[in-house]
Design a protein around this ligand. Structure first.
Ligand SMILES: [Fe+2]
Ligand SMILES: [Fe+2]
Length: 185
């Protein structure tokens, strides 16, 4: 098989061309966990909080594990703010999109909406409705997202909390991204 496609416009491509592209895509998917870990490492360093964004994520995930959460939920807690790296203006949606092919609808929903739900803790300082999240109160996942924020996310800015290091969570991240991704084109 050639290692470069024959076409310059997709409308002229053959099945063999797409076989080559899809083979490359599969390898790209297999490298996803490595890229996720690199993005997490990029969250270390300066932050206006008392701890780095990486340490906030580690603390959130450690609290989830301490409360007996399953592995998928722990990984979602670890990665819930990873959108800050590539799309800070909509970090919840970016993180949720990253996780969506690999996790349950419930965990996807929690990550997707956690930014709005976290507004409960800051919006009142800016004359905004801290209960804006109640527009989603009919969702079966509403309370789980409230709990995610209350118990794990909003409390995880504590420099005295002893979190597990990133290395501890890496095997979990690899297992979640080794799952067969659902098709979300
Ligand atoms: Fe967040
Ligand atoms: Fe967070």
């Amino acid at each position: 098989m050639p290692d470069v496609v024959s076409f310059t416009a997709m409308e002229n491509a053959s099945r063999a061309d797409y076989d080559l592209v899809f083979e490359h895509d599969m390898k790209n998917i297999q490298g996803q966990a490595d890229r996720v870990i690199q993005w997490m490492e990029m969250m270390g360093g300066d932050s206006p909080y008392k701890i780095s964004r990486l340490d906030h994520c580690l603390q959130t995930a450690t609290r989830a594990q301490s409360d007996g959460a399953d592995e998928e939920t722990i990984v979602c807690a670890l990665l819930h703010d990873i959108g800050d790296v590539i799309s800070p203006a909509n970090h919840s949606q970016a993180a949720a999109a990253l996780l969506r092919p690999y996790v349950s609808e419930k965990n996807y929903w929690i990550v997707l909406h956690h930014g709005l739900f976290q507004g409960y803790y800051w919006m009142q300082h800016y004359d905004q409705d801290r209960n804006s999240r109640d527009a989603l109160i009919d969702s079966p996942h509403y309370q789980a997202c409230v709990d995610f924020c209350a118990n794990w996310d909003q409390v995880s800015f504590d420099p005295d909390y002893k979190s597990q290091p990133l290395e501890y969570f890496i095997p979990m991240v690899r297992r979640i991204f080794a799952r067969s991704p659902g098709a979300n084109l």
